[in-house]
Design a protein around this ligand. Structure first.
Ligand code: HEC
Ligand code: HEC
Length: 206
C-alpha cells in the first residue's frame, strides 16, 4: 500500500509542492521580519552607491581615487546636508562651473549619498537628530527655522562652544553651570541619542 502511494507521480508532486510552499512561506516570513526590524542604514547604502556609481573616478577618499573633483574626507564638515542634496540634484545649479555631470539620481539615492557624505569628517549625525530636537528641545529652543517661536536660539551655539561641551550640557547642565535652568536629559535619552543631538547641533551651528 505504502509503496503504491509514493509510486503515484501526482501525489508525490503535490506533496513536494506543499513542502516547498511551506518552506517558501517560512523563508519569506523570516526575511520580511528581518527587513522590518532592521531598516537599511542610509549611510551604508550610500557607501555602496559611492562605489557602484564610481564617484571615486573623480574624487579621492581615504587616499583612493581621482583628482578631478575635491577630496571628500571632511566634506560632511564643510557642507550641510541641504547643500549636498541640492548639489546631487543638480551640480551645476550649485557650482555653475562644475565638471561633475548631473547624475539623474532618485530620491532614495540622493538621501543615501547625502547621508554617507554627511558622515565624513567626524561629528556625523543621523536623520533622527532633528526629530529628537523637535521632540525634546523645540519647546524652549529654536534652531535654524525649527521652532521659530521658541525663546532660546541655538543656531550659533557651535561658534562659542565645542562639541563635547554641548553634549555634557544636554546630559547634565547643573554640572557645568550650577544655576542652569534647563533640566538634564540623561534619563530621557540614550548615550547614542545624546551624541547624535550634540553632533547635529555642533555641526549645524558652526
Ligand atoms: C566626472 C567627475 C565627477 C564624478 C563622476 C563625480 N563628481 Fe563629485 N564633483 C566633481 C567636481 C569637479 C566637483 C567640484 C565642483 C562642484 O562642487 O560641483 C565635485 C563636487 C562634489 C562634492 C562637493 C565637494 C566639496 O568639497 O564641496 C560632493 C559632495 C561630490 N562631488 C560627491 C560626488 C559623489 C557622491 C559622486 C558619485 C555619485 C560624484 N561626486 C561623482 C566631479 C565629479
Ligand atoms: C524647558 C526648557 C528647555 C528645554 C526643553 C531644553 N532647554 Fe536647553 N536651555 C534652556 C535654558 C533656559 C538654557 C539657558 C541656560 C540655562 O539656564 O540652563 C538652555 C541652554 C542650552 C544650551 C546652551 C548652553 C550654553 O551655555 O552654551 C544648550 C546647548 C542646550 N540648552 C541644548 C538643549 C537641547 C539639545 C535640548 C533638548 C534635548 C534642550 N536644550 C532642551 C532651556 C531648555
Amino acid at each position: 500500500m505504502k509503496k503504491q502511494l509514493f509510486d503515484s507521480p501526482w501525489l508525490l508532486g503535490t506533496l513536494l509542492l506543499i513542502a516547498l510552499s511551506v518552506l517558501g512561506l517560512i523563508r519569506f516570513g523570516f526575511s520580511r521580519f528581518e527587513r522590518d526590524s532592521l531598516p537599511p542604514d542610509p549611510i551604508q547604502e550610500g557607501k555602496k552607491l559611492y562605489v557602484e556609481m564610481r564617484c571615486g573616478y573623480c574624487h579621492r577618499l581615504a587616499g583612493q581615487g581621482g583628482t578631478i573633483g575635491p577630496a571628500l574626507d571632511d566634506v560632511g564638515f564643510r557642507r550641510t546636508p541641504e547643500w549636498m542634496a541640492r548639489h546631487f540634484r543638480d551640480p551645476q545649479k550649485v557650482s555653475p562651473l562644475s565638471q561633475m555631470a548631473p547624475l539623474s539620481l532618485e530620491g532614495d539615492q540622493i538621501r543615501e549619498l547625502t547621508a554617507f557624505m554627511n558622515s565624513l569628517g567626524g561629528y556625523g549625525y543621523t536623520p533622527l537628530a532633528p526629530i529628537l530636537f523637535k521632540e525634546h528641545c523645540a519647546s524652549c529652543h529654536q534652531f535654524h527655522g525649527l521652532a521659530p517661536h521658541s525663546r532660546l536660539d541655538l543656531s550659533t551655539e557651535g561658534k562659542f562652544r565645542d562639541r563635547d561641551f554641548i553634549q555634557d550640557y544636554i546630559q547634565d547642565p547643573q554640572k557645568l553651570n550650577p544655576k542652569a535652568g534647563m533640566r538634564g536629559f540623561q534619563k530621557f535619552l540614550t548615550p547614542a541619542q545624546l551624541a547624535d543631538l550634540a553632533n547635529y547641533i555642533y555641526r549645524q551651528s558652526r
